[in-house]
Design a protein around this ligand. Structure first.
Ligand code: NAI
Length: 258
């Protein structure tokens, strides 16, 4: 079996995904800025908020995978309370650049899974803007210009996760000839360390009302289950799309609106 790479492996959804894949017998390569507490596999410490950090991560991952990879889960992400440049760099460009850097390693039949968010469910209205941003040749110029745009800067997390959808579509198209599938997963609020930052960013009442509607917050395993499924051989015909995993929150809110 060839290894699967997991970024954001040291906490929350990434750590849970790693433990489920390890239990299923997959060899793993984890990437994070922080060392994981419990992780069975090769670990690459890297800061994915800079192009150099992403490049270093890609090189070290490739060195651990001389025969190629069977999957890549781009799970590392930061909330909107982080500096706007960091939000765009980690949530969008690290996903793009790490995937493209590992293209040669991703064997036919491999799968890539990116993490979007249910807050980005109506991203289509901004599809072109997201595409232009996520596909920008000069990423530091794109980040600097988006950071100057008050609407994007204020909604940096929302915009970054909308861009992940656009990026998932374009990476899926790019990797189609290589027979590599690329999909995203969009969690609703999940109880991980990032949730406290969401409360600061989106408001305590807004986040808590999700748990009131659903009876509980999501658990890392609710999301990891779907990530593992998309990484497996099973869903051979699911490609270039997003799976919302929010316990029914968006459907409920849509049904109540207007
Ligand atoms: P978390 O905060 O528990 O884990 C994120 C991991 O990413 C951490 O281990 C962190 O060290 C790593 N990371 C962050 N910046 C990094 C950098 N510059 N370089 C290397 N590693 C870095 O968060 P959680 O909840 O596990 O989130 C995982 C993904 O799911 C994120 O992309 C997040 O945006 C997304 N998501 C989470 C939701 C939630 O409610 N927990 C809801 C929707 C999406």
């Amino acid at each position: 079996e060839l290894p699967i790479v997991i970024t954001g492996v040291s906490s929350g959804i990434g750590a849970q995904t790693a433990s489920m894949l390890a239990a299923a017998g997959y060899p793993l390569i984890g990437v994070d800025r922080n060392s994981p507490e419990a992780f069975e596999g090769a670990f690459v410490q890297a800061d994915l908020s800079t192009p150099e950090g992403v490049k270093q991560a890609g090189e070290e991952v490739a060195a651990h995978a001389p025969n190629g990879l069977q999957g890549l889960a781009n799970i590392a992400g930061v909330p909107g309370t982080a500096p706007v440049e960091v939000v765009f760099a980690v949530n969008v460009f690290a996903v793009r650049n790490l995937t493209l850097q590992l293209v040669e390693q991703l064997n036919p039949g491999a799968a890539v899974v990116n993490l979007s968010s249910s807050v980005a469910f109506d991203w289509r209205s901004r599809a072109q803007e997201c595409r232009n941003f996520a596909e920008a040749d000069d990423e530091s110029a794109a980040i600097a210009s988006a950071a100057q745009n008050p609407e994007l800067a204020e909604n940096s997390y929302l915009f970054s996760k909308q861009c992940v959808r656009a990026l998932t579509e374009s990476l899926s198209a790019t990797l189609l000839p290589r027979q590599v599938r690329v999909n995203s997963v969009s969690p609703g609020p999940v109880e991980t360390p990032i949730l406290d930052d969401f409360k600061k960013d989106h408001g305590q009442a807004m986040v808590n009302s999700a748990a009131e509607t659903l009876g509980r917050f999501g658990r890392p395993a609710d999301i990891a289950e779907v990530i593992c499924y998309l990484l497996s051989d099973g869903p051979a015909w699911i490609n270039g799309t997003d799976i919302r995993v929010d316990g029914g929150l968006i459907a409920y809110r849509s049904s109540q609106a207007g």
